[in-house]
Write a protein that binds this ligand. Structure first.
Ligand code: F6R
Length: 590
């Protein structure tokens, strides 16, 4: 979603700000802008669409010289994508950029209008600028503090004051860091924006205000300057490169064997280091999108092999439902970014009820990583493509290990060594599956001109179908739906037409005969079936056969095939694969 970078130092900030915005592009945006400051002059330039448009505009403008600036990529929430609505926003002496949503913006706008303040944009952000300006007399920190007392919602703000030479920043429920350089400092919503200049940073906590000069950073909490720990990221500068691949999505899929090995290593050596879920009478899994589908695989494995009942819900529902916590419960939150607004709210709800929270998370400095009671970190490294691939695989992998450990603790595992041995072979087996790109290209050729595609499966294969369908639709824009194979005939089968592609996932031996009957049902209505399975099927033209492995890990060999089919299909359709339209990498609004 929106991205922020700010700079103060001795250099001209334009290149640094534009480079930072480009590093944040992956989060999704529809307009961009920068503000530069010199003495009491502030100049803003904004444009709709890609950052290249902003660059063109900057090139054709005679800009003020400057050593201080802020920049932003906007993903529209309040008001359509337009230059007026793009950030930075200005009101009186204030210029600012904002990530998040101000929930009482309408109410505040009306109040300010009555006080004679006028507005030029439809955004909630302009209201914050007006409010800070209203309270600004001499002290920027006082003005920010007073204004934010009236604001409800989430914000990460980078703020310039017309008659002050420093940079200010503050956050609540939306991430923001202060990057520390030599005679230069930065603000950023994501370390990726500043990694080319520094790997040292301070994490701002809720409502802490940063007062940033080129050679000094003060963090103020409740009126007092506080000491802050200096963090260091191990993110490599080149982690932002595509390493010769056409797209980040492909690069990230190809990284799956390596990141799985890294993530599994400590747990395969010490399975005991995984939490003991048998201590709980109830398990809730809560997440959004693909992370939720990873949870569905976990639920199926826990129920099927560890005889453990699991409730699962999407976070946007869970946070508002009447959840009855009357048994010893653990809430497992799954999130790559650790900043998904609904998942954060679900976590906080559980904590308010004194329920234990366990996060399966990639970004170690994220809100979910910091606020959850315990964490299992997946080692995906930065995931730049908007559509998750390697992080999803690792989420599934961790759920499989948790289910296995739970089954083991309950004495339900028969071939203990076999399962763990197979886990060790997984990186090699995934690589084998990934290396068969010609097969996926062939299937992509069969489907890329279609406008509707179905995925069917039962039990764990249904959970896998959900992810296959989501991946295909989000990157190729082909409408696609996943159905429990047995459910299709209760209405949806009326949509099956001559030649319509139907993917069937068949790996679960206990139910495969039933799925085969459902395949016959769609075939006899003209569907073109594509079977993805761990065995080969006679008289089936389109099929992918992956190695057979323990059911705990079988989805880890099926999903890469679905990811690559989605990728190849999107490529044939000429889609913007790494940044599909309307999508954002980190969904920080509800
Ligand atoms: C789909 C996708 C999304 C995310 C979802 C949750 O490819 O990436 O569905 O899985 O937005 O995001 P995180 O895991 O960051 O909480």
């Amino acid at each position: 979603m929106c991205g922020i970078i700010g700079y103060i130092g001795e250099k001209n900030p334009i290149d640094i700000l534009i480079n930072g915005l480009k590093s944040l592009e992956y989060r999704g945006y529809d307009s961009a802008g920068i503000a530069l400051k010199n003495k009491d002059q502030v100049e803003t330039i904004k444009s709709v669409g890609k950052i290249i448009n902003l660059e063109e505009k900057i090139k054709s403008t005679d800009l003020i010289s400057s050593n201080l600036g802020i920049a932003h990529t906007r993903w529209a929430t309040h008001g359509r994508p337009s230059e007026e609505n793009a950030h930075p926003h200005q009101s009186g002496k204030i210029t600012l950029v904002h990530n998040g949503i101000i929930e009482n913006a309408d109410e505040l706008r009306e109040k300010l209008k009555k006080e004679g303040i006028s507005f030029y944009s439809e955004t909630d952000t302009e209201v914050v600028a007006a409010l800070i300006n209203k309270y600004y007399e001499k002290s920027p920190v006082d003005a920010i503090t007073k204004a934010l007392q009236e604001v409800k919602g989430s914000y990460a703000l980078g703020i310039l004051f017309e008659d002050n030479e420093d940079l200010y920043a503050v956050r609540k429920d939306s991430p923001l860091i202060v990057g520390l350089g030599q005679k230069e400092n930065f603000i950023a919503s994501d370390i990726a924006a500043i990694i080319d200049y520094t790997n040292k940073y301070i994490l701002l906590e809720e409502k802490e205000i940063a007062h940033i000069r080129k050679d000094k950073v003060e963090v103020i909490k409740e009126g007092k300057v506080i000491d802050k720990k200096i963090e260091q990221t191990n993110l490599e500068k080149d982690s932002k490169d595509k390493n010769g691949y056409d797209h980040y999505m492909l690069k990230e899929i190809m990284e799956e064997p390596v990141v799985l090995e890294k993530t599994f290593k400590p747990y395969l050596e010490h399975l005991d280091s995984l939490p003991d879920l048998t201590k709980y009478e109830e398990i809730h899994i809560v997440a959004c999108g693909s992370a939720m589908y990873a949870g569905m695989i976990g639920k199926t494995l826990l129920e099927e092999y560890a005889n453990t009942k699991v409730e699962i819900d999407v976070a946007s529902e869970y946070r508002y439902k009447n959840i009855i916590y009357d048994r010893k419960t653990i809430v497992i939150l799954i999130s790559q970014s650790g900043e998904t607004a609904d998942t954060i709210a679900a976590m906080r709800k559980a904590k308010e009820h004194n329920i234990d929270t366990l996060a399966i998370v990639n970004v170690k400095t994220s809100t979910i990583a910091r606020e959850s009671d315990s964490q299992i970190f997946i080692e995906a490294g930065p995931e730049i493509a908007v559509a998750t691939t390697k992080a999803y695989i690792l989420q599934v992998g961790i759920m499989a290990l948790l289910a296995y450990k739970t089954a083991l603790t309950k004495d339900l595992v028969k071939e203990e060594h076999k399962v763990l041995e197979e886990a060790e072979h997984l990186p090699r087996l995934i690589k084998e599956v990934l290396d068969r790109q010609d097969e996926y290209k062939e299937i992509a050729k069969e489907i890329y001109k279609e406008e509707d595609i179905f995925f069917i499966g039962r039990k764990i294969d249904y959970a896998t179908s959900m992810e296959g369908s989501l991946k295909l639709k989000e990157v190729s824009y082909i409408h696609s739906e996943a159905y429990q194979a047995g459910e299709l005939k209760h209405g949806t089968i009326s949509l099956i037409d001559e030649g319509m592609p139907v993917f069937a996932i068949i790996t679960d031996d206990t139910i495969k005969d039933k799925t085969v009957s459902n395949i016959e049902e769609v075939k006899s209505r003209g569907a073109k079936t594509i079977i993805i399975s761990n065995e080969s099927w006679d008289n089936q033209k389109l099929q992918v056969v992956v190695p057979r492995i323990s059911p705990y890990f079988q989805p880890l060999l099926i999903v890469p095939t679905l990811q690559l089919i989605a990728y190849e299909t999107a490529k044939l359709r000429g889609c913007d694969i790494d940044k599909p339209k309307n999508l954002a990498k980190s969904v920080t609004v509800e």
